[in-house]
Each structure stands twice: as structure tokens, then as C-alpha cells.
Write a protein that binds this ligand. Structure first.
Ligand code: ZN
Length: 213
């Protein structure tokens, strides 16, 4: 499938426009691309478009050899392991949240490649399976903390051992389910409608922000 995230992002923006009236601003979207190959297609499509912020963490020496320009690119050296990766991710997410504070995201797309794994034939990085799961949990937790809904895409994975690749993808889905449960959980004694109401007014304040920009 080509440009799936870009098409979905544009569709969401158009649908939101139809649902809320044409005068309402399109929701701003964050693309968090943690496949080991740069998200060059998405970066090119949304170059110069402030309504979609593209973040890509990828192998510096990996395909594509001529990189596009994302809003935030983090190029990692060959052999990058868990600790260095998590430090780079934390720094990148901090930058993303600064963007969010300035001009909030209405939703995010998360591309969780299994190919940064140490057993990947094409990845060139050396993340462990536990490191990749920690990566996923960090992303989901940070999005939940800011109440930014997320759509997950599986992205690449080319393990020497296919079962390992499958297990990494399955662990990502497990982390997504855990996060989804967190979204649906309500603290005891707190009414659902009150919660929805407070989120709704937060969103309309943010909408007001967008109009002013
Ligand atoms: Zn890839």
C-alpha cells in the first residue's frame, strides 16, 4: 500500500471538516514514524504543510539513501542499541510535545516498524525486543497523557527469524490494546459524561486557538 498514512490523514481532516462545518479548522495531525527506514513519502507529501507534523527516527545509512525532509528527522548510526535509541526518542518526543503545546494535535499516526530489531536483515540497528516494546509503551503513554488519539500501523520487519518479527509486531499490538484499555478506563465515581464534556470543551478551546493562527 502506498502513502496510506498520508491518505488517511487527509481523509480524517476532510471528514472532520464535514462533521464540524467548513469554517472549523482541520485537526492537526502528528505522524510518528519509527520504522527504521525514513518516512520519506509522508515527509514529501506534507512538506510545507503545518497541519501535519512528520517525525521520523531512522537509520542514517539505511534506505532511502536520499532522504526527504520531515518536520523532525532523527538519523541514527548503525548499531544503535536500546539506550541510545530511547534517549533519541525521548528528545524527539519532547520536541513533538513542544509543537503540541504551541498548536495541539487532534490525532496521531504511529508507524511501529519491527525493523530496528537486532535480528533484522535490513535494519542495521540493534534494538532488543524488550527495547522495542519499551519504545511502543513510551509512545502510547505519552499520547494518552495528552489525550491524543492514535492510529497504529505495523510498518516493516524483515527478521532472519520470521517468528521474532511476528512476536515484535504482536507485542506492539498488545501495547496498543493496553493503551486502549487505559483510554476506556474511568476512575471510580467519575461520570463518563462529565469526562467527555471536559475533553470536549478542551478541544473547542484548542479549536479557537487554531482559528487565531
Ligand atoms: Zn522499514
Amino acid at each position: 500500500m502506498f502513502n496510506d498514512v498520508a491518505v488517511a490523514a487527509r481523509l480524517i481532516q476532510a471528514e472532520a471538516g464535514r462533521a464540524t462545518g467548513m469554517d472549523a479548522p482541520s485537526p492537526r495531525i502528528a505522524v510518528i514514524d519509527l520504522d527504521v527506514h525514513q518516512g520519506d513519502g509522508t515527509a514529501s507529501i506534507f512538506a510545507g504543510d503545518a497541519s501535519v507534523f512528520t517525525l521520523s527516527l531512522h537509520g542514517a545509512k539505511n534506505f532511502p539513501f536520499r532522504k526527504a525532509v520531515s518536520d523532525l528527522d532523527v538519523a541514527l548510526p548503525d548499531g544503535c542499541g536500546d539506550a541510545d535509541y530511547m534517549a533519541a526518542l525521548a528528545k524527539a518526543l519532547e520536541a513533538l510535545w513542544r509543537e503540541h503545546e504551541a498548536n495541539p494535535f487532534g490525532m496521531a499516526f504511529y508507524l511501529a516498524g519491527a525493523d530496528p530489531h537486532e535480528g533484522d536483515r535490513l535494519g542495521r540497528l540493534k534494538l532488543s525486543a524488550a527495547g522495542l516494546l519499551e519504545r511502543d509503551r513510551k509512545v502510547f503513554a505519552a499520547l494518552f497523557e495528552r489525550r491524543i488519539p492514535v492510529a497504529l500501523s505495523m510498518a516493516g520487519g524483515y527478521g532472519r527469524d520470521l517468528d521474532v518479527t511476528v512476536a515484535i509486531h504482536a507485542a506492539t499490538i498488545g501495547a496498543a490494546i493496553d493503551s486502549w484499555r487505559q483510554w476506556n478506563r474511568r476512575p471510580p465515581g467519575r461520570a463518563k459524561c462529565a469526562d467527555a464534556h471536559s475533553r470536549g470543551s478542551e478541544r473547542s478551546e484548542r479549536g479557537g486557538d487554531n482559528v487565531a493562527r
